[in-house]
Design a binder for this molecule. Sequence first.
Ligand code: F6P
Length: 218
Amino acid sequence: PRCIWLTRHGESIDNLVGKIGGDAPLSARGKRYGACLSRFIKYQREENEVLRQKEEELETPINYRRDRTVAVWTSMLTRTKETVEEFDPNEYDIKHIRFLNEIYAGICEGLSYNQIEQLYPEEFESRRENKLFYRYPGMGGESYLDVIQRLNPLIIELERMTSDLVIVTHRVVLRILLGYLMDIDRSKMPEMEVQLHTLYCVEPKPHGTVVRKFKWVE
Ligand code: F6P
């Protein structure tokens, strides 16, 4: 795509109390981020459209077609769906994709890091030692490597697309997608800083990828 917008969901009520995983709804602040995100993307689209029209006047229009529908992909979880609630479905092609769900923490779902450390000290320690390889115990528990694996088909699809794309997802998935797009080694992905309420704009260009970062301040 010409431009890939990536962000985590707005703040959820579990983020407020430091619980991982789960399927919590957004906090009031998280909802305000979603509303602001939709206005920001709309504004950026309008700006880009003006630039594109100028470009097209200069270029020969033979076989020159670009897909202008903007795709919006979220995970299947409530917090990402709620983040895009203000995006107009008539203007965007909105899809909810299970592959974009957050890492599944097995028996640690719904706990805080403190609780994990107290209840499962050995697990806590193994994860600290090797976060990339560590797989959460319990049915469906995942590691970063598992998530990298499940994102592969999505990355192929993403590279094929010619339209702009907005991805609203979660901390681990965002680290991996950004890491991939920025060509960062997977061993570094688990420690990448990706804060809430921060939007990344990734533009693949002939001379390399340009990444811009926008931080929401209320
Ligand atoms: O706390 C939000 C969250 O997305 C959790 O759902 C997830 O388990 C965690 O972040 C992942 O971050 P880390 O891999 O650093 O523990």
